[in-house]
Each structure stands twice: as structure tokens, then as C-alpha cells.
Design a binder for this molecule. Structure first.
Ligand SMILES: CC(C)(COP(=O)(O)OP(=O)(O)OC[C@H]1O[C@@H](n2cnc3c(N)ncnc32)[C@H](O)[C@@H]1OP(=O)(O)O)[C@@H](O)C(=O)NCCC(=O)NCCS
Length: 210
């Protein structure tokens, strides 16, 4: 299905754009998460014994996305393909802290079938640009478990630096997990999004493209 929702985009790159979720995205978003259960649950802060992937929990989670899509402390964006408008993942800006800190944290995931094409590298560039240029923040942070090599590569390619290591930082599947803490400040960031050279040839075709 060819759609033209790019006009609702908050930031647009060569292959993906970011836009806020709306009620009409519920079915597509929930279906994407439901079919990616195994891919996502080992990285997400879900308490032990809680099944976040039942239809009712997925529904509640989407309600949360709508609630947090634009607040003082949070923003939520769907990551969509420029070519088709298909929803391929999500990127969150959370913990927006004003005052003398002026910072936020990024959280992100992509459907498994869309991984490995550089799409999240582009989406993080767009969200970071939004945080600095639109929200006028000073520092953007992203944290990941040490064995999440793909996530580390994404932030590194966006100019983030590792600032530290926090033992038992976040509770994932009932256990407190160590995390690396990566961040970029406005002074050290160069806007890579518009000039990012798309990979000349995708390693495999992006599903839903065209
Ligand atoms: C992490 C995630 C968002 C990455 O998305 P993606 O679109 O595949 O990322 P990109 O293609 O932009 O970049 C991935 C990079 O990681 C690299 N990478 C992937 N697996 C790797 C591994 N096992 N070891 C080292 N590097 C790896 C890729 O080679 C690529 O770098 P390159 O472009 O220099 O080759 C995606 O894998 C995902 O959604 N994972 C599940 C949820 C998750 O982990 N979220 C983040 C929690 S902190």
C-alpha cells in the first residue's frame, strides 16, 4: 500500500522519517511488535513474570505511546520508510530534563526484518538532530548492554562517545543488567543526517520498500 504521510514527518532522512504515532497506527504497530517478540524481549525493560506481548498488553503499550508522544519529559516517534510509509520501528526521547542539565535519553528498536540496512543509524541521526535543533537540548544519551554490538555501532557512527559503565543499571527480564553509557553533546555533534551518504547498495532488499 502506498501512503503519503511524509507531510506528518518531524524529521526526514534519505530512507526513513520520524513521525508521532496516532490512533490509526495501532494495528500496524501492534502487529510489528507482536511478530518481533523474540527479537525484542531480551533487550527491553520488562519485569520478570510480566508478559508484555499479549494482545491486551500490546494495546496498553500503544496507549502509552500515544500518551507520551509529546510531553514535557517525553517524545515518541514511529520510524517509517520513505518509500512506502510502512512502520519499521520506534525511537523514544525520554527523561527530558531542563534546568542546568538540558538532556534526554534515546531508546529504539526496529523490526527484525528491517535490521542490518543502516536504518537505525539514520533514525538516531534524525532524533539527535531533533533533540538539538528543535528541543534545544545540550546532551543526548543512549545506554546499552555490553553485548548489544549493533546498538553500540549505531551510536558510535552518530558521534556518541562512551562516557561510562553502570553496573546493574536497568532491570530487564527481572534482572538488573549492566549498561554502557554513551552520549553526545551539542558541541561535539555534527549533523550527519542530511549529508549521510546512504549505503550504495543495501546488503539485502529492505522489506516493504517501493
Ligand atoms: C540495535 C538495532 C536498533 C540496530 O538497528 P539496525 O538498523 O540494524 O542498525 P544499523 O544497520 O544502522 O547499524 C548496525 C551496525 O551494527 C553492526 N553490527 C550488527 N551486529 C553486530 C555484531 N554482532 N557485532 C558488531 N557489530 C554489529 C552492523 O554491522 C552495523 O554497523 P555497520 O553499518 O558499520 O556495518 C536493532 O538491531 C534492534 O532493534 N535490536 C533489538 C532492540 C535493541 O537492541 N534496541 C536497542 C536497545 S539499547
Amino acid at each position: 500500500m502506498l501512503r503519503t504521510p511524509i507531510r506528518r514527518a518531524v524529521e526526514t532522512g534519505p530512507r526513513v522519517y520520524l513521525r508521532r504515532p496516532t490512533q490509526s497506527d495501532r494495528a500496524e504497530f501492534v502487529a510489528l511488535r507482536a511478530r518481533n517478540r523474540r527479537h525484542l524481549e531480551r533487550w527491553e525493560p520488562i519485569p520478570r513474570g510480566h508478559d508484555a506481548f499479549t494482545p491486551s498488553e500490546l494495546d496498553k503499550a500503544f496507549d502509552r505511546e500515544l500518551r507520551l508522544r509529546r510531553t514535557k519529559s517525553d517524545e515518541r516517534f514511529l520510524i517509517c520508510l520513505v518509500t512506502s510509509g510502512a512502520i519499521v520501528g520506534k525511537i523514544s526521547i525520554s527523561g527530558i530534563f531542563r534546568g542546568p542539565l538540558q538532556e534526554c535519553r534515546l531508546g529504539y528498536w526496529l523490526g527484525r526484518e528491517f535490521c542490518g540496512h543502516g536504518l537505525m543509524t539514520e533514525a538516531v541521526a534524525l532524533a539527535t538532530r531533533y533533540a538539538f535543533a528543535t528541543l534545544a537540548l545540550h546532551r543526548v544519551e543512549a545506554n546499552m548492554q555490553p553485548h548489544n554490538h549493533a546498538s553500540r555501532a549505531v551510536v558510535r557512527k552518530n558521534g556518541f562517545c562512551q562516557e561510562g559503565f553502570s553496573p546493574k543499571y536497568l532491570c530487564i527480564r527481572g534482572r538488573w543488567r549492566d549498561h554502557e553509557r554513551w552520549a553526545v553533546t551539542r558541541e561535539n555533534w555534527s549533523d550527519r543526517a542530511p549529508t549521510a551518504t546512504p549505503r550504495p547498495i543495501a546488503r539485502k532488499p529492505i522489506p516493504g520498500k517501493g
